[in-house]
Design a protein around this ligand. Sequence first.
Ligand code: S0N
Length: 278
Amino acid sequence: MSLPNWKVVKTYKDILYHKADGIAKITINRPEKRNAFRPQTVFEMYDAFIDAREDQTVGVVLLTGAGPHTDGKYAFCAGGDQSVRGHAGYVGEDGVPRLNVLDLQKLIRSMPKVVIALVAGYAIGGGHVLHLVCDLSIAADNGIFGQVGPKMGSFDGGFGSSYLARIVGQKKAREIWYLCRQYDAKQALEMGLVNTVVPVAQLEEEGVKWAREIMGHSPLAIRCLKSAFNADVDGQSGIQELAGNATLLYYMTDEAKEFHGAQREKRKPDARKFPWLP
Ligand code: S0N
């Protein structure tokens, strides 16, 4: 199977952003930091994800980390960049402390496109949470997964803990956070943390294969399914997403068009044309 002919969409400092054949690929590119993110990285990823969300030709986003690094190792993402962690978050060039990765997590979960994490090497801390919030995760056989917060003065009490528990179960999630161990790709697969494991050399190819299969399916069906999966977990904002899709589909009906048209044309709508289905 051939890889797409990736085209650069926009040039950033900390990430690479490509598109081809309805697939967008966002690559965290800070190998000297094991692809840890600083506020700038997150702003750039957010910008690229918004572009992918708004592009009607894009159905799937692949999220990955640049590698191998100069020492031959790989990382998906080693979490927040600890060298810029300040008093109240990660400090950007503007001197403002932020935890803007939380905005990115919400965007990945709510965007009506399928986001697939391609994890080679380390997915640690906030980097682990990033793969967690993606719809699907494909691991390379060298994938290493774990949370580190309690051993380095941090924790993620949002998706990083509660959604993790939905995925691997309460006992395992507590083990992952309380003990801060590292798990290999086989263990990650066994606990349902990833969808499949492939040799590292085949990681992108496998991601593209999955993306192409998804691109052959109904965009509206997948859109509604994503919001349905989220609604079960995300409370009012999950219900809002699901309900937003009901409204979107309703707008597309003759019935909604008749009522909207009648209001614009200042006439009585022909309500009797439309059935009250059982
Ligand atoms: C990933 C690890 C295990 C890889 O080990 P390895 O292969 O031995 O490499 P190293 O020699 O350790 O690293 C190579 C170079 O990369 C730098 N580096 C690695 N990770 C980071 C990082 N996270 N930040 C900054 N630099 C990093 C190393 O310093 C080294 O560079 P040199 O050679 O110049 O020293 C290993 O590297 C490791 O354990 N890394 C640290 C993992 C970590 O602590 N991550 C942060 C965890 N916390 C978060 O991610 C918080 C996320 C967050 O934003 C958040 C979100 C919601 C709610 C709360 C929070 C919160 O802030 O807590």
